[in-house]
Design a protein around this ligand. Structure first.
Ligand code: 3PG
Length: 306
């Protein structure tokens, strides 16, 4: 019988797991759950006889793929798939998919929540700032960026975006102001929200030099990936620019050092962007349906290791 493993260090809401189970069992497959595992060995054991795996930010590297002798497909229930070694998957003849757009509203709502919290000085009782009328820059205008724009407009924000892969005309037709370059976005906007994937080009690309282009009182929100930030450089920058604020959904390695910027820095304890029941249901069920459709009909629509 086809075995589908759900391997999630950070588990889905129970309602999503129940939905995944229903889809997998109705297809005549078996569901195996590995949640909150603490050691890689547990994952290596669990993948041995799995034909399909659903993951979140869980690392699927060459060692895991070597251990997964029966594996045909890995679906990353979410958008970013930098946690999967695509070349190794291709070499093992394993199809890798993501579930684009399924958790994007959850991440976008968190962006606005973090923005309010940061601009009200972490609710410390002192006088903060409002979002209405502020210039918000969205770096990468994909599914999350679009949802951030939609919600930010409701706050009365002036919304700008830059995406090297989306034309200015396509940004403009959604009522968002396109800018010509990444640097121009930082020069123009009071607040920048990051939605870039982790790639060789983006790693450590957000640094002091770029942030120095922002107006006084600037603030940066990161719900993308830890690795896109040059952490050491931002720490030095914030020590000099006492007006600058930074909030991140991915705890930096230098979190303890950053904590000295009291009232203008915070990191969520664990990545929270996609942690809603709705996002878990959307992404989890999409992943289960994609697996069934791949195994039964060979549908590779969301394949990312082409
Ligand atoms: C994504 O890439 O979909 C988000 O970063 C969510 O990741 P998570 O499923 O690990 O919370």
């Amino acid at each position: 019988m086809t075995k589908v493993l759900v391997a999630t260090d950070k588990p889905f809401a129970k309602v999503a797991v129940d939905g995944i189970k229903r889809i997998i069992e109705e297809a005549g497959f078996e569901l195996v759950l590995l949640e909150k595992y603490t050691e890689k060995k547990q994952l290596l054991d669990a993948v041995k006889d799995a034909n399909a795996i659903i993951i979140r930010s869980d690392i699927i590297d060459a060692e895991v793929l070597d251990a997964a002798k029966e594996l045909k497909i890995v679906v990353r229930a979410g958008a970013g798939y930098d946690n999967v070694d695509l070349a190794a998957a291709t070499a093992h003849n394993v199809c890798v998919m993501n579930t684009p757009g399924q958790n994007s509203n959850a991440v976008a709502e968190l962006v606005l929540g973090m923005l309010v919290y940061l601009n009200r000085n972490l609710f410390n009782g002192t006088s903060g700032a409002e979002l209405m009328g502020k210039k918000l820059g969205i770096l990468a205008y994909g599914n999350v960026g679009r949802n951030v724009a939609r919600i930010a407009k409701g706050f009365g924000m002036d919304v700008y975006a830059y995406d090297q892969f989306v034309s200015a005309a396509n940004i403009e037709k959604e009522g968002v102001k396109p800018v010509a370059s990444r640097d121009a976005l930082f020069e123009t906007c009071d607040i920048v929200s990051l939605h870039i994937p982790k790639t060789p080009e983006t790693v450590k690309s957000i640094n002091a030099e770029l942030l120095a282009k922002m107006p006084k009182g600037g603030c940066l929100i990161n719900t993308a990936r830890q690795e896109v930030i040059d952490e050491e450089s931002i720490c030095k920058f914030m020590a000099e620019r006492t007006d600058f604020k930074y909030a991140t959904d991915i705890k930096p390695a230098n979190d303890a050092e950053m904590a000295k910027f009291e009232g203008r820095y915070f990191a969520t304890p664990k990545k929270m962007g996609a942690q809603t029941a709705e996002a878990n249901i959307n992404a989890g069920l999409a992943a289960a349906n994609q697996i069934v459709d791949f195994i039964k009909n060979g549908n590779e629509k969301f394949r990312v290791n082409k």
